[in-house]
Design a protein around this ligand. Structure first.
Ligand SMILES: [Zn+2]
Length: 87
């Protein structure tokens, strides 16, 4: 039963686009992965049955409202990681 969390794709996409402009104390891959994981914990997962449904669901996550919600989670997570870096 293959399922796929498209929220993961959406967060990854936005994080890649905004990572350089985020005010984090460190821009290394470890901190980036920490922000990624923390953001996903803050957001509701969005599972689809398999890859075939992925594009449609992803499009749903790319509305202005959804992007704003995801970006807020990323920004908040970046603050936490900056305050408590894991290395
Ligand atoms: Zn770092």
């Amino acid at each position: 039963m293959p399922v796929h969390n498209v929220m993961e794709e959406a967060v990854k996409d936005l994080l890649e686009k905004h990572w350089r402009n985020l005010s984090v104390s460190c821009h290394c891959e470890t901190c980036k992965a920490d922000v990624f994981a923390l953001s996903l914990n803050r957001l509701k997962p969005h599972y689809v049955r398999d890859q075939s449904g992925s594009m449609y669901a992803k499009a749903n996550l790319m509305t202005t409202q959804a992007r704003a919600t995801i970006l807020t989670a990323i920004t908040e997570s970046a603050k936490v990681v900056s305050a408590y870096p894991h290395h």
